[in-house]
Design a protein around this ligand. Structure first.
Ligand code: MN
Ligand code: MN
Length: 318
């Protein structure tokens, strides 16, 4: 495991969540997990970054509001994870890096901005945990990751495979990032693991691209039949090879996560996705994201709350 940037011995110099016994959880300006906002990546091991862009959505929009609402709902996250026996904030210097600058009117310009800004973070030797935004932002993130780490594997939690050819003449939407990433040579395709795919597609050819490139796939139906421990075989196969983890909240059933753009019934429960993320412990994760949380379609903030918890679980396994 990478050494933390903590300068003094002990952990007291790490950025820490605001003490809830001094300032109650409902008070103050919302940041991810009530951490300080620090936009100097050289001071961080893990940067929590908002990317409020949803110009790649094809059905219900709204994930541009994801980072804000996830910040707000993350106020209830406490630091110690009993299931994994870890306090990530003691182990690593983690803070809210703020939001990247995006262009709501241009997907191409937004992609360039995302890559340029993430390049700076990665050059400073910090890992990134991004909160979208729709899934189109995965491509510019992977472009930065590739510059830093070369071709790597991908663990994608998603109801959809996101390997569409294009959309209305554009090569970019939230349905295309995985295909574009493969075409650009950003991924080790035999180390692509898609978990939770389900639902209707346009034709049976929709799975050809992944099959031809040797993607590993665990469908939602398989998970329901064989249990989440079925995934551990695939994770062991990855050994310590570097992977990027992308979590599309629509992998979760709309009964648990209605606030998303392209809901598919028959998905995972909150408990199942949390168990799956925890099972990534030991995987060599170079970065991660949580995407497709759409607060305008949420009920009682349950999707944003789950998203905040999944972001926390992701940094615990990083
Ligand atoms: Mn997706
Ligand atoms: Mn999806």
């Amino acid at each position: 495991m990478k050494r933390s940037k903590a300068r003094s011995s002990g952990t007291s110099s790490n950025p820490m969540p605001v003490d809830a016994l001094v300032y109650p959880r409902f008070s103050g300006v919302a940041t991810f997990m009530r951490l300080p906002q620090i936009s100097r990546a050289d001071e961080l091991d893990i940067a929590l970054i908002g990317i409020p862009y949803d110009g790649g959505t094809t059905y219900r929009p709204g994930p541009r509001f994801g980072p804000r609402r996830v910040r707000e709902q993350s106020a209830i996250i406490r630091p110690w994870n009993p299931a994994l026996n870890i306090n990530p904030f003691e182990r690593f210097r983690i803070a809210d890096y703020g939001d990247l600058s995006i262009n709501p009117l241009s997907i191409e310009d937004t992609f360039q901005r995302i890559t340029a800004q993430l390049d700076d973070v990665l050059k400073a030797d910090a890992r990134t945990a991004c909160v979208g935004g729709d899934h189109s932002i995965l491509l510019p993130i992977l472009r930065s990751i590739h510059k830093r780490f070369g071709p790597i594997g991908l663990i994608q939690f998603d109801a959809h495979n996101d390997t569409w050819g294009g959309y209305f003449g554009s090569p970019h939407s939230h349905g295309t990032p995985v295909r574009r990433a493969v075409e650009e040579g950003l991924l080790v395709t035999k180390d692509v693991l898609q978990i939770g795919l389900r639902g209707q597609v346009y034709s049976k050819d929709d799975f050809d691209f992944g099959r031809e490139h040797g993607f590993q796939v665990v469908t939602s139906e398989e998970l329901h039949r064989r249990g989440v421990e079925h995934v551990s075989w695939y994770l062991k196969r990855l050994a310590r090879r570097p992977v990027y983890v992308t979590l599309d909240i629509d992998v979760v059933d709309p009964a648990f996560a209605p606030g998303t753009g392209t809901p598919q019934v028959g998905g995972l429960s909150s408990a199942q996705i949390i168990e799956l993320v925890r099972s990534l412990r030991g995987v060599n994760i170079v970065g991660c994201d949580l995407v497709e949380v759409s607060p305008p379609y949420d009920n009682g903030d349950i999707t944003s709350l789950l998203g905040a918890n999944l972001l926390y679980e992701l940094i615990c396994v990083m």
